[in-house]
Ligand binder design. Structure first.
Ligand SMILES: C[S@@+](CC[C@H](N)C(=O)[O-])C[C@H]1O[C@@H](n2cnc3c(N)ncnc32)[C@H](O)[C@@H]1O
Length: 413
């Protein structure tokens, strides 16, 4: 358990970043539904990526999920990937006219040490039970065991080495790589010209402050790639999906400027902080020393890092601009009910940011923050009711996303 009252300035982020665990009202298990449906749309691309993977000559075939969180979404896309791999072996058997021996599969679920791995363990146990109940009714390779794969869990930062050399064949990471390993020191130093005063993130900040974030984030990505370069077997695949931005030249535009009012950590989020200060719940310094450890890299920044690393061929690198993880008609329906929409949005944001906010200013102040955040959202959404045009533009679940598929180059001997 993380002690509250620490500043996001001086604590080790790796110990406190986590999504809300368990299955309660703010849990990622419940609130990660939008991410789950977005990942579902990636399945054809995942299937394609599995086809591009070089198959190991002997087992085990090792899959890893970097940033698995509490498990619900992760287990779902891992099951899909495993199914695609099994299909590949079955197809190979059909084509060869003899059984192509399928290796045993091992899935490593990775996240930071503060992650609720207990939840994941329990979900995996019920998956295994379901698979066992199904066993016997389905014919085919690997079916009939408790589960199609063995699993292991590891708490550590994906910005470091976590696994043995050349041991991995397929790596996936979704909605995770925009998290930073640390906040740059100058940004949280009240005596520094780069002190991020008056806001809790870099959206619309002084460009020099946003560039500090950019530098740290690029260092993080370099470390991610160089670590995976060692861990991946030749021909292994990295499939990574994370939030990005379109404006490559200006990192302070983490979302397009016209979207600041409809970014979930944009205007209303900052107004909730201001209300918290105005109501005397926290000091200005408490807000100013909190920074969301998130940076949306541009496609250009990511491409430069991959080229610098030199260990991977780019199979796919695409920016989806202004992509909504919630269908527009569903969102329009939700907006008709401002209060319940505000409750949902607030719980969705809290599932991701709650733990670091509580570590920074305690549970009570975080509760108070989300009361104000809900109020700001309710007021905005109510004001949109009489303005259908403005309502259409309130794309709260839209942002840019980057999908990167990399193949580990074959090592020269
Ligand atoms: C929004 S969740 C994504 C969970 C799941 N992949 C999905 O798409 O629903 C992001 C996860 O990344 C993890 N994370 C952030 N920084 C990390 C790091 N440096 N190393 C490992 N995991 C990290 C967080 O703890 C969190 O569980």
């Amino acid at each position: 358990m993380v002690k509250s009252g620490m500043q996001v300035t001086d604590m080790k982020l790796g110990k406190i970043i986590s999504m809300v665990g368990g299955d309660g009202e703010f849990s990622y298990q419940r609130m990660g539904v939008l991410q789950a449906s977005a990942i579902k749309t990636l399945e054809p691309l995942m299937a394609e990526a599995v086809k591009q993977m070089s198959l190991p000559k002997q087992g085990p075939l090792h899959i890893a999920d970097f940033g698995c969180s509490t498990g619900r979404n992760s287990i779902s896309y891992i099951n899909f990937i495993v199914k695609c791999i099994i299909d590949r072996y079955l197809e190979a058997s059909e084509n060869n006219g003899h059984v192509t021996c399928m290796p045993e599969m091992l899935v490593s679920f990775m996240d930071l040490p503060g992650n609720d791995f207990n939840n994941l363990v329990q979900l995996l146990a019920s998956e295994a039970k379901n698979a066992k109940d199904l066993a016997g009714s389905v014919n085919g390779a690997n079916v009939g065991r408790a589960s199609n794969y063995f699993s292991t869990m590891m708490g550590g930062s994906f910005y470091n080495r976590l696994l043995p050399k050349e041991s991995m064949h397929f790596v996936i990471s979704t909605f995770s790589l925009h998290w930073m390993s640390q906040i740059p020191a100058a940004v949280t130093d009240p005596n520094s010209p780069l002190y991020n005063k008056g806001r809790s993130w870099i959206l619309g900040s002084d460009p020099a402050i946003a560039r500090e974030f950019a530098q740290q984030s690029m260092l993080d990505l370099d470390n991610f790639l160089s670590s995976r370069a060692v861990e991946m077997a030749p021909g292994g695949i990295v499939f990574a999906y994370f939030t990005s931005r379109q404006d490559a030249a200006n990192p302070e535009n983490q979302t397009n400027p016209e979207c600041h009012d409809c970014c979930f950590v944009g205007t209303d989020f900052e107004n909730a902080w201001n209300d918290l200060i105005d109501d005397g719940v926290i000091t200005v310094e408490t807000r100013d020393t909190f920074n969301i450890p998130m940076y949306r890299r541009s496609k250009e920044e990511v491409e430069a890092s991959i080229i610098k690393c030199g260990a991977f061929d780019i199979q796919y690198l695409q920016l989806w601009d202004d992509y909504s993880i919630c269908p527009q008609d569903e969102l329009m329906h939700m907006l008709q009910f401002p209060k319940s929409f505000a409750t949902f949005l607030s719980a969705w944001v809290r599932a991701m940011l709650g733990p670091i906010m509580e570590a920074h200013m305690g549970r009570h102040n975080t509760d108070e923050f989300y009361v104000r955040y809900q109020r700001c959202i309710t007021a905005r959404v109510t004001s949109l009711l009489s303005n259908p045009k403005a309502q259409q533009k309130y794309k709260i679940f839209s942002t840019s996303f980057l999908l990167v598929v990399l193949k580990r180059k074959v090592l020269s001997t």
